[in-house]
Design a protein around this ligand. Structure first.
Ligand code: THU
Length: 142
C-alpha cells in the first residue's frame, strides 16, 4: 500500500476518536475503512449501558459502508487507547475479524494498526484470522 494513503487512513481513524462514545470503558477507538473505489468510511466505538450492545469502531465503519451498498474493501486502519491517548496498537477483536472475513478476501485485505503516522504496522487479514470461516465455506461449488 502507498504510504500517503496509509497516512490518510491513520489521520481519518485518529479523527474519529473525537466521536467515540465510550463512557463505560473510557477506551476510545477510531477506524477508517478503505473501499476498493477509494472511498473511506469511518467509524468509532459506541458503548451501551447494557454493555453487550456495544459496537466496535471497525464494525461501525463496515456497517456504515455496507448499508450504503459498498461490498469491496482494501484495508482498514484502527487506532485506540484509554481516554483516547494512543500508546500502543488496538488490534481488532475476534468479532470484528469475523465481520472482515465476511466481506474481504483474507489474502488481499490489509489491517493497519497505528499509534501515529510514524508508528504503524500492516497485517494481512489472513495473519490475524488464520483458517477463518467465511462465505466460501457455505458454498460447496467453491
Ligand atoms: N473496541 C473496539 O472498538 N474495537 C475493537 O476491536 C476492540 C474493542 C472497543 C469496544 C469497547 O467500547 C472498548 O473498545 C473496550 O473494549
Amino acid at each position: 500500500m502507498q504510504k500517503d494513503l496509509i497516512e490518510k487512513m491513520i489521520d481519518a481513524a485518529i479523527g474519529m476518536l473525537e466521536f467515540s462514545y465510550a463512557p463505560y470503558s473510557g477506551f476510545k477507538v477510531g477506524a477508517a475503512l478503505l473501499a476498493e473505489n477509494g472511498k473511506i468510511y469511518t467509524g468509532c466505538n459506541i458503548e451501551n449501558a447494557a454493555y453487550t450492545p456495544t459496537n466496535c469502531a471497525e464494525r461501525t465503519a463496515f456497517f456504515k459502508a455496507v448499508s450504503e451498498g459498498e461490498h469491496g474493501f482494501k484495508a482498514i486502519c484502527v487506532v485506540g487507547g484509554k481516554n483516547g491517548i494512543l500508546t500502543e496498537y488496538a488490534p481488532p477483536c475476534g468479532v470484528c475479524r469475523q465481520v472482515m472475513m465476511e466481506f474481504c478476501d483474507p489474502e488481499n485485505f490489509w489491517v493497519i494498526l497505528a499509534v501515529d503516522k510514524d508508528n504503524y504496522d500492516v497485517f494481512k487479514l489472513k495473519e490475524l484470522l488464520p483458517f477463518g470461516f467465511g462465505p466460501g465455506n457455505l458454498d460447496s461449488s467453491k
